[in-house]
Design a protein around this ligand. Sequence first.
Ligand SMILES: [Zn+2]
Length: 93
Amino acid sequence: MAAEFEIEAKIEELLQNDLQGFRCPVCRHSEFAVLDEMGSSLRTNLMHYESDDPVAKQRTRLISMACTNCGHIEQFAEEPLRRRAIAAIGVPV
Ligand SMILES: [Zn+2]
């Protein structure tokens, strides 16, 4: 059984591994700043609305990164990474 902080650390590890060799699709730079800190209450969320209702019905938590050269932003949905992290280290307590 893993604690939440262990899952968050594993998510960061998985993302770093997935991004090895990744380059910005705009300028080909290889360094990115992570804009969403795991465990923080300030996170990027993709909000989902019905077309005739201004109240959000669902959200997708994102991990956003900005290219440190041109500012291009890449975003990843956290949930698939969370599932992989839990599969790798166990269910949260
Ligand atoms: Zn760039």
